[in-house]
Design a protein around this ligand. Structure first.
Ligand code: PMT
Length: 421
C-alpha cells in the first residue's frame, strides 16, 4: 500500500467516535524543523485515534528532530521528506496528497516555513504540498518570541492570513530558550480540536447556523458566600455544544460552570437564573436554536444578604423567603433576526418521567423535550453518559439507550436539522 492509498482493512473498524468530523477525513500534516516537532507525533496520534487518514510530510530540518519512522508507525502510511527520492512510491506524490487532502495542517511551522509559504518558494515537501492544495490550510507556528515578533515574520503571517490560512496560536508560555512569551506551539489537543472545528465548518450539516446552549445549575445567592443550587455539572450542555460545533454551527454556551471552553465555542459566564435569562435573550436575538440543558432553579431567595449571615444564638430556625424565577425558555422571544427560534427543552425528573416531560414541553413552547431520570446512578447529573427519552410536539417518542453525552448531543441535533428547513 502506498501512502496515498486510502483503503482500510475491512476487518478494522474505523476508530473515533461517531459524529467526529475527523472520522474518515484525509489530513495532511506538514512538520517543519523545530524543537516542538516531538509534539507533532502526539498530534498525529490524536488525529489517527479520531479516525482521520493522516499523511505526514516533513522538511529535511524536521527529520533532524524526529524520524519519519515514528510517523509511519502511528499512521501505517509512508511519510514524505525527499522531493527527489527516485525510489519514492510516486513522483507526483505531493500533487496526489494535495488533491486528496480535506485539510492541511502545518505543525510546528517555523519562521522559515512561513516565509516559504508566503512567497511560494516550494522547495521542500511541506511548502510544495501546501501550495499544490486547495484544501483549508491551518498553521500552528512555533518559534522564539523575538522571531515571532519580527516584522518579517509578522508580515508573512499577515500575508498568509489574508490568503485564507487559519493560524492556531502561537500560545504564550515557556519556550525552548527558557524565556517566557508568545511563540509556543499550541497544545496538541487544542490543535486537533481546531482541525475538527474547521472540518465541521467545511462539511457539517449545521454550518452557518447559530445555536445557543445553556449549561450548569443556576446559583441563587443567599448572601455573598452561600447560594441555592443543584447537582448539574454542565457536562450535558458542553457536550451538545461540542457536537454542534463539530457539525459546523456557531455555538455560544451560557454557562454557570468553569469547564474549559471547547475550541471554537464562545462561553458567556453567568450565575443566577435572572442573569441567565438576560444572557439567553441577548444571544438568542441572533440565533436559530436554543437548547436549554441548564438546570435552572425555579426559586431564589427574595433578598440576598449584603454580608455573610452569622450563626448566633437565636438564629436556628431562620427561614429564607423564596420568590419564583423567570421561566427562561418560556420568555425567550419566538423569533430572532434570523427567523423562527427553535426551542429545545430538557426535563430532569425523579418520577413520572414521560407525563411530566410532556406537560413541560407544552407549557414551555418547546418543539421537543429531552427527558432524563436524574435518579439514575449511571446517567444524568455529573456523569459522562446519559439515558434520555425524546418527546416531540407531534406525539413522537424515542427511548434512547445509555450513551455518551456527546452522542446524546448528536441525537438531539439529528432531530434539530430537519426542523430548520
Ligand atoms: O449538567 P449535567 O451534570 O451534565 O446534568 C445534565 C442535566 C441532568 C442537568 C440535564 O440533562 C437536564 O436535565 N437539564 C434540565 C434540568 C431542568 O432544569 O429541568 P426542569 O425540568 O426543571 O426544567 C425544564 C426545562 O425548562 C429545562 O430545559 C430548563 O432549562 C428550563 N427552565 C426551567 C426553569 C426556569 N426557570 N427556566 C427554564 O428555562
Amino acid at each position: 500500500m502506498t501512502s496515498t492509498d486510502d483503503s482500510r482493512d475491512d476487518a478494522t473498524p474505523i476508530p473515533g467516535r461517531p459524529g467526529d468530523p475527523l472520522r474518515g477525513r484525509h489530513v495532511v500534516l506538514g512538520v517543519s524543523g523545530s524543537i516542538a516537532c516531538y509534539k507533532a507525533i502526539e498530534i498525529t496520534s490524536r488525529l489517527v485515534q479520531a479516525g482521520a487518514i493522516v499523511d505526514v510530510v516533513l522538511t529535511k530540518a524536521a527529520t533532524e528532530f524526529v524520524t519519519p519512522l515514528a510517523f509511519k508507525a502511528i499512521t501505517q502510511r509512508t511519510p514524505y521528506t525527499d522531493m527527489f527520492d527516485v525510489n519514492g512510491p510516486d513522483g507526483e506524490a505531493h500533487v496526489e496528497l494535495a488533491r486528496r487532502a480535506d485539510v492541511m495542517l502545518i505543525a510546528p511551522a517555523t519562521a522559515a516555513t512561513l516565509s516559504r509559504l508566503a512567497t511560494g518558494l516550494a522547495e521542500d515537501f511541506v511548502t510544495l504540498t501546501a501550495i499544490a492544495t486547495t484544501a483549508p490550510l491551518l498553521i500552528a507556528p512555533a518559534m522564539d518570541t523575538q522571531m515571532w515578533a519580527h516584522p518579517a515574520v509578522q508580515t508573512n503571517a499577515a500575508t498568509l492570513t489574508d490568503r485564507g490560512a487559519q493560524f492556531i496560536g502561537p500560545a504564550e508560555g515557556r519556550l525552548a530558550s527558557g524565556r517566557v512569551g508568545a511563540g509556543r506551539l499550541v497544545e496538541p489537543e487544542r490543535i486537533v480540536d481546531d482541525v475538527r472545528a474547521r472540518l465541521g465548518r467545511e462539511h457539517g450539516d449545521l454550518a452557518g447556523r447559530a445555536i445557543v446552549v445553556t449549561a450548569g445549575g443556576t446559583r441563587e445567592a443567599i448572601d455573598p458566600v452561600r447560594y441555592i443550587s443543584n447537582h448539574s455539572s454542565g457536562k450535558m450542555g458542553y457536550a451538545i455544544a461540542e457536537a454542534a460545533r463539530d457539525r459546523g454551527a456557531d455555538v455560544v454556551i451560557v454557562s454557570t460552570v468553569g469547564l474549559a471552553a471547547p475550541v471554537g465555542v464562545r462561553v458567556v459566564r453567568v450565575d443566577s437564573a435572572v442573569q441567565m435569562q438576560a444572557a439567553v435573550h441577548r444571544e438568542c436575538a441572533e440565533a436559530d436554536v436554543l437548547v436549554m440543558a441548564a438546570a435552572v432553579a425555579d426559586f431564589r431567595p427574595a433578598t440576598a444578604a449584603d454580608q455573610k449571615m452569622k450563626k448566633s444564638e437565636g438564629t436556628a430556625g431562620t427561614t429564607i423567603d423564596l420568590v419564583e424565577n423567570p421561566d427562561i425558555i418560556g420568555t425567550t422571544p419566538v423569533t430572532s433576526s434570523r427567523g423562527p427560534l427553535l426551542k429545545i427543552a430538557f426535563a430532569a425528573e425523579t418520577q413520572n418521567l414521560i407525563e411530566n416531560a410532556a406537560a413541560k414541553m407544552k407549557s414551555k413552547g418547546a418543539r421537543f423535550i429531552v427527558a432524563n431520570d436524574v435518579t439514575a446512578t449511571d446517567a444524568g447529573f455529573g456523569s459522562d453518559d446519559n439515558r434520555v427519552t425524546i418527546l416531540d410536539d407531534q406525539g413522537g417518542r424515542a427511548d434512547l439507550p445509555l450513551m455518551t453525552k456527546y452522542a446524546v448531543g448528536h441525537a438531539i441535533l439529528d432531530r434539530v436539522r430537519p426542523l430548520l428547513g
